[in-house]
Design a protein around this ligand. Structure first.
Ligand SMILES: [Zn+2]
Length: 310
């Protein structure tokens, strides 16, 4: 794994462009081609020196530490999150029907904790997609994959409930694709996780602003988590938490990510699923996924972000 230290500068203010230009030449740096306002440096020390110098000059800046995982890191964890490149934005479109969730066991206030009972509906031209993987409903990181991969995961984990076929709008079953179905919910993240912010998010901020506070659900006390970006993010669970989901190939995180999905408690319906908890795969499933993943070409790239035990 390697860490990338990315700095963003506020370029909109009067004189900011000149100030930042002077700052960069002081450090012997140049803009990334095509991305003015962003600089990537190779060490934590260099990033913090640059940040301090920006502050002295009155230039607003923010640092994001991003961890890039390689293939060999994928099996270092107990669980893993599938991250995809931009391919599935081309043809692929999968949406969940309004009544996708069985909310019997869900929190009445935020709707979390329900069971994903109905499959995704694919737009017909999704079948033209050549990718091995695609994200499902907008705002979630639910994963769809080619059926041969899904079937291999079922064989490797002995868990037929973790996969099912999506459908077309007409109701016709799409044999070529399968979707990963979470069958359990993890307990909350361990306090030993690093680079994690609780009850706040940086997703919607302007450069130089602090985090936006997101209070826990008043009913189920479910928290929001976000990457704090000031140190490398490492998601960790207690051994007991990992044990509690053993035997499940696909599980959901307890926390919502960056924000709570928009849920109408009266209608008992979601109007947006942005923030839906991340699905994580077991190691046996990851071993299969890795065979079908590539990172070489941005298009159709896919990789595993490992999640660790204490
Ligand atoms: Zn709740």
């Amino acid at each position: 794994m390697r860490h990338e230290y990315r700095l963003f500068f506020e370029m909109g203010a009067t004189g900011a462009s000149k100030q930042v230009g002077a700052l960069l030449s002081e450090f012997g740096l140049q803009w990334k081609p095509g991305v003015p306002g962003t600089i990537v440096v190779d060490s934590d020390r260099a990033a913090r020196r640059l940040l301090a110098a920006a502050e002295r000059r009155g230039v607003k800046a923010l640092l994001e530490i991003i961890t890039r995982y390689e293939r060999k890191d994928a099996l270092a964890g107990e669980l893993g999150f599938v991250e995809l490149g931009p391919a599935n934005t081309t043809h692929f479109k999968a949406t969940l029907p309004k009544d996708a969730f069985d909310l019997t066991a869900a929190c009445p206030r935020c709707g979390m904790g329900g069971r994903l009972a109905k499959p995704h509906m694919l737009r017909k031209d999704s079948l033209r997609s050549k990718a091995n993987f695609a994200y499902g409903h907008e705002g979630t990181f639910l994963i769809l994959m080619r059926s041969e991969i899904g079937k291999e995961i079922v064989d490797a984990t002995g868990q037929p409930e973790c996969m099912r076929h999506p459908v077309l709008r007409s109701g016709e079953v799409v044999k070529e694709w399968m979707e990963a179905v979470p069958t359990a919910i993890l307990p909350p993240l361990s306090r030993k996780s690093t680079g994690v912010m609780r009850n706040g998010t940086l997703a919607l901020r302007n450069i130089g602003d602090g985090p936006t506070l997101v209070p826990p659900c008043p009913s189920c006390k479910r928290t929001v988590w976000a990457e704090s970006h000031d140190e490398p993010c490492r998601l960790v669970y207690s051994r007991e938490a990992i044990r509690s989901v053993r035997g499940h190939a696909v599980v959901l995180m307890h926390e919502v990510s960056n924000m709570s999905p928009m849920f109408d408690p009266r209608k008992r319906e979601f109007s947006s699923l942005y923030g839906y908890p991340w699905p994580l795969f077991s190691r046996a499933a990851i071993e299969v996924l890795l065979k079908y993943m590539q990172t070489k070409h941005i298009r159709d790239s896919a990789w595993i972000r490992p999640v660790f035990s204490e």
